[in-house]
Ligand binder design. Structure first.
Ligand SMILES: [Zn+2]
Length: 107
């Protein structure tokens, strides 16, 4: 990407922000004005493309297998330090799933 392209991109972004600043609070609060209509109102000169919405859902890739594999990479001493009340408990930081293991399964 050349310098001229970067400058051009920058100008487009500045223009986009200037136009966005012209939005009045009542437009943002108007229940009869859809987001698509507002976008068109602001940016119709440059063309507006609205992509189909994407449904988001909570999803985490953790599993008993991946957590056990992670625990296997620790040294036996480190795993021994993790044992509480006869088991190793791991809580996924992303989805809060709780996994419990018997220390003997890593022997
Ligand atoms: Zn998770």
């Amino acid at each position: 990407m050349g310098v001229a392209e970067i400058v051009e991109e920058h100008d487009d972004w500045v223009k986009a922000k200037i136009l966005l600043d012209t939005v009045e609070p009542h437009e943002l609060l108007d229940p009869t004005l859809s987001a698509e209509d507002l976008l068109y109102r602001l940016y119709h000169e440059d063309g507006v493309t609205v992509y189909p919405e994407t449904q988001l859902r909570r999803h985490c890739t953790c599993s008993v297998e991946t957590v056990a594999e992670m625990l296997r990479r620790f040294s036996p001493e480190d795993r021994a330090d993790m044992v509480k009340d006869g088991e190793i408990e791991v809580v996924c930081e992303f989805c809060s799933s709780v996994y419990r293991f018997k220390p003997s399964q890593f022997a």
